[in-house]
Design a protein around this ligand. Sequence first.
Ligand SMILES: [Zn+2]
Length: 132
Amino acid sequence: MPRKTPPFKNYPAWTQARFFGFIRSGLREKFNRYPVKYAVLKDSSKDIETGDIYKTGKKAGEPKTVKMYECASCNEQFRQKDVQVDHIVQAGSLKTFDDLSGFAERLFCGPEGLQILCTTCHDTKTQMEKQK
Ligand SMILES: [Zn+2]
């Protein structure tokens, strides 16, 4: 069976798709350490009182709070595990070296390029982008 794509010249053991997939996942890992991501997450968070009160310890008598994050699409409040930091404009594809600067610029955008979405709204957005 013929290969779908020929070996990539810089590292013939890999196809071009695998080569750029490797670089893309490396940059995406770095995005997970990008301070702007956490600044946006923090800005969308609120301490909401749970209705319980600390019974013991330094905070005894104070109301218990939980950090909640507002989804930019449905405007509901969610726990951190149920939200994602979303790129308003997708970073796009990275298939050649020519794609690299645009990809990196969109991935490491400023805070205005990011929004908080709940898992449901994020999945809906991803599905719609796939259909484009
Ligand atoms: Zn939502």
